[in-house]
Design a protein around this ligand. Structure first.
Ligand SMILES: NC(=O)c1ccc[n+]([C@@H]2O[C@H](COP(=O)([O-])OP(=O)(O)OC[C@H]3O[C@@H](n4cnc5c(N)ncnc54)[C@H](OP(=O)(O)O)[C@@H]3O)[C@@H](O)[C@H]2O)c1
Length: 298
């Protein structure tokens, strides 16, 4: 069986590829840059192309049985997603596993959720076997907070008091690989949530303990959060993420009844804990640069 994976150089897709290789599946990765071939596991077939280019996507799908579709948060996410979906449908693939997001139908005001909802709707409407995975906020987003945690002594993500049931990208990848390689997952959608509710203050207290110094949680000033984000991200992206956090605060983003049990059963083990992820991350940060297993994302 051959599976085409998109987003294979990113946080989740790279883990999905590892999980599929572990299961001896033949993997083709659609990547935009040739250099990606140096970081992908041995044996993975690299196909150069862009998800916005239907000609390239058509060729990438040629001869594959299944598709793992992850789209980045980009202004044309919906077009990219539907190009891959429409071509997978035309080629009558055996399954598409689509990487969506938790509570997608309750966040129609958030551009990158609205794109995913439209793609989910297409999956449900047409005759292509699918599985949808709907992950919560990723633990691994916080790897990019090294400087602000270590130097400014602050945990800046506005998770609020309701908090989120954040999840480890390794559990998301494992769930995707299981859905792609075992029976019983067609026409299903899985909410992928971590085992505990993480409020802003709770996450700050975890980092305080692990870093051995006070880490402050500044609260939820979304105007200044968006302004800060604009310094490192395009303004449309800062706006999109701000509206998402606003939704978390107003509508909540915590696991629904039965979600943790379903994920535990799917994985065959309980989902990973944030504190364990954070502990490993601190150890990684404290390694001399030349001994780090991987460089945390900037
Ligand atoms: N972060 C969260 O907390 C969270 C939670 C739930 C769902 N999600 C969803 O998860 C997805 C992001 O996953 P991630 O964090 O693993 O992604 P990521 O690390 O940002 O990586 C994005 C991947 O997409 C590729 N890509 C971007 N534009 C492309 C294009 N035009 N054609 C082909 N490939 C392209 C990138 O390739 P290059 O290496 O070439 O750039 C990279 O491999 C988004 O859909 C997001 O909404 C995120």
């Amino acid at each position: 069986m051959k599976i085409l994976v998109t987003g294979g150089t990113g946080k989740v897709g790279s883990e999905v590829i590892k999980e599929l290789v572990k299961r001896s599946v033949s993997v083709r990765a659609l990547v935009r840059k040739q250099e990606a071939s140096t970081t992908l596991p041995e044996g993975v077939e690299v196909f150069l192309g862009d998800l916005l280019d239907p000609v390239a996507v058509r060729k990438a799908l040629d001869g594959v049985d299944k598709l793992y579709l992850l789209n980045a948060v980009v202004p044309d996410e919906l077009t990219q997603g539907l190009i891959a979906f429409d071509l997978a449908k035309k080629l009558r693939l055996k399954q598409i596993v689509y990487h969506s997001v938790f509570k997608v139908e309750e966040f129609k005001d958030v551009p990158h959720f609205a794109s995913k909802l439209a793609i989910e709707n297409a999956l449900r409407e047409f005759d292509l076997p699918f599985t949808i995975i709907r992950p919560n906020y990723f633990f691994q987003n916080d790897v990019s907070l090294k400087d602000v945690l270590m130097n400014a002594g602050m945990y800046p993500m506005p998770l609020g008091t309701p908090g989120v049931s954040a999840v480890d990208t390794r559990d998301i990848a494992e769930a995707a690989a299981i859905a792609l390689t075992s029976d019983g997952h067609l026409d299903k959608a899985y909410n992928l949530n971590g085992p505990e509710i993480l409020s802003g203050k709770k996450v700050a207290s975890i980092w305080s303990r692990l870093l051995g110094k006070e880490i402050r949680y500044p609260g939820e000033d979304l105007d200044s959060f968006e302004e800060q984000m604009r310094q490192s991200a395009p303004s449309w992206s800062a706006f999109d993420i701000r509206v998402m956090f606003q939704g978390y605060l107003e509508r909540g983003f915590v696991a629904e009844d039965g979600d943790i049990e379903t994920l535990t059963k799917l994985l065959g083990h309980p989902p990973r804990r944030y504190e364990d992820f954070a502990k490993d991350t601190v150890e990684e940060w404290q390694q001399p640069a030349d001994r780090r297993l991987h460089q945390p994302a900037a």
